[in-house]
Design a protein around this ligand. Structure first.
Ligand SMILES: [Zn+2]
Length: 517
């Protein structure tokens, strides 16, 4: 996901929902038969939930907003009783375990989760917008990233609406001159946050064998289809970096999502505000495409681990920008990011990337989960070497494809593949708030450069610092010092320098490394 601006999230009125955390119940598949209309914003839904239920479970707890009025619930063809309280729908198991299928029939006007509104052209549209826990606002689901499932959307809508969703299109049936039913099915396990449905008058354009652009028909008329032109190239880049694309097809959809972009599995939604024909969304496309691997296929196990999704998406976004547009574009982007992280850390000095004390999930949508985590991955790549880093990412992704992962699981893979003890590295970047602040002095005598460092922070960082020097045959060479103590002195022998040494010239390290005045 990509925030439109940090400010937006500060002014959002946030509500906290109880999460159904019953590990004894495991969602397998959802089928949503949804009816949309132009006459009112009331939607009707028949949600079929296939769940695997452990023996001792007497009651299944499903998330569904209280604004959705449940009319009937059936299980195995029989109507059963239910309780719908505090956005939780409680369904009895009747002592039956194993695979259970419930059909929940409900109706209501969604307050959130499904945005029924008018787009920038004043046309009526329907777009789901689930991140992080807003699927429950209109869908009966177990709404946590840890419980992934396959899904189907069967949408009956007035005939002028084209419907897009996850997975592949099974059928479009015209029911009458006024209505049609569109059926999409996703065969891979995905979290509820990236299950999606959009209905609008679209114009579609096949971009390559896998990628398709879905623009508002009126955007198409205005020639705004250029915005997604680079999408196939982005996908090819990510496949080269990360291996096979996990979901078969990839749609790029103009929408009313409140985020800049939302990485819905196999049908990315982009804010209509960014679709203007100027082709300035390539970084955003790269970010959302990378999410198909990180977040959608390999999903974080809990919200605290959200950096596994956003940090990776941001890292590969930068890598794409650097590869496609060169180091200068990348440098501009990383300067901007450094400032963003600094400002955030000044405002919230007690927060780190891993921040379990959050009040609401939206607090985790911050420059630490995105930019600082991406920076940490760049540092890791620098410290273990690019090839080893690529192997770490590949091994991590392959062992969690279509599954869930925790931060500890990623660290374990990184240590195993690199053969290095990286606990301190990950601790200092993931759990220690703030940044290194290192001052140094230098002396140069008889071909020896002496560097004395002093860390200003309470916490002692371990940092591998580049020192560019000249060798006796006048070649520029990068020597490295590995700072591990509060005060430490290094002697680099047989080097020449003509000016004051320029430490960490590529700005690899997040934080300050400055000559003492
Ligand atoms: Zn993102």
């Amino acid at each position: 996901m990509f925030p439109r601006s940090q400010l937006l999230f500060l002014v959002l009125v946030l509500s906290f929902h109880l999460q159904a955390q019953n590990s004894q119940v495991d969602a397998q598949h959802y089928r949503f038969d949804v009816t949309l209309s132009d006459a009112s914003d009331t939607i009707q839904c028949d949600a079929q939930l296939t769940l695997r239920v452990a023996e001792e479970v007497a009651e299944v707890r499903v998330d569904l907003a209280r604004t959705m009025h449940v009319l009937t619930v059936t299980q195995g063809g029989d109507t059963i009783g239910f309780e719908h309280d505090l956005d939780v729908l409680k369904l009895p198991t009747g002592g039956v375990s194993g695979e259970l299928t419930y059909s929940v029939h409900y109706r209501g006007v969604p307050e959130d989760g499904l945005i029924i509104s008018h787009n920038k052209f004043g046309d009526r549209t329907f777009f789901s917008d689930h991140w992080p826990d807003r699927a429950r606002e209109w869908l009966a689901v177990i709404d946590t990233p840890a419980d992934k499932a396959t899904c189907e959307f069967v949408v009956t809508a007035p005939i002028q609406y084209d419907v897009v969703s996850n997975g592949h299109l099974l059928s479009i049936d015209t029911l009458s001159a006024e209505t049609k039913t569109t059926h999409w099915k996703m065969d891979y396990l995905i979290p509820t946050k990236v299950m999606a449905m959009g209905a609008a008058a679209f114009e579609t354009q096949q971009l390559d064998s896998m990628s398709r652009a879905w623009l508002y028909a009126r955007s198409g008329e205005q020639g705004q289809n250029y915005d997604f032109e680079e999408a196939p190239e982005v996908l090819a880049f990510m496949v080269e970096q990360l291996g096979d694309y996990p979901f078969g097809k990839l749609d790029h959809v103009e929408s009313t999502t409140k985020f800049g972009g939302m990485e819905n599995a196999s049908c990315i939604f982009y804010s209509e505000k960014h679709i203007n024909g100027n082709q300035d969304v390539n970084g955003l496309i790269a970010h959302e495409v990378a999410h198909q691997w990180f977040g959608n296929s390999a999903s974080e196990s809990s919200w605290v681990d959200v950096w596994l999704s956003e940090g990776f998406a941001t890292y590969y976004e930068y890598l794409y920008i650097q590869t496609q547009y060169g180091l200068d574009s990348m440098k501009a982007l990383s300067d901007e990011n450094e400032e963003r992280i600094r400002n955030y850390e000044e405002k919230y000095p007690d927060r780190a990337i891993l921040y379990p004390n959050y009040d609401h999930i939206f607090e985790l949508l911050n420059p630490l989960s995105y930019d600082k985590a991406a920076w940490m991955l760049r540092l890791l790549s620098y410290q273990v070497g690019q090839d080893v880093f690529a192997e770490i990412v590949k091994t991590y992704y392959q062992s969690h494809t279509y599954g869930n992962a925790t931060t500890d699981e990623f660290i374990a893979v990184a240590e195993k593949v690199s053969g290095k003890d990286l606990k301190y590295f990950f601790h200092q970047w993931l759990s220690v708030p703030g940044a290194p602040d290192v001052r140094y002095t230098w002396k140069y005598k008889r071909n020896t450069l002496e560097l004395s460092f002093e860390q200003q922070t309470t916490f002692t960082y371990q940092l591998m610092i580049d020192v560019p020097v000249q060798t006796s045959n006048n070649q520029v060479e990068i020597r490295q010092v590995f700072l591990t103590q509060k005060k430490q002195t290094f002697k680099l022998e047989e080097v020449m320098i003509h000016n004051a040494p320029d430490l960490d010239p590529l700005n690899i390290i997040y934080g300050r490394i400055q000559e003492k005045e």
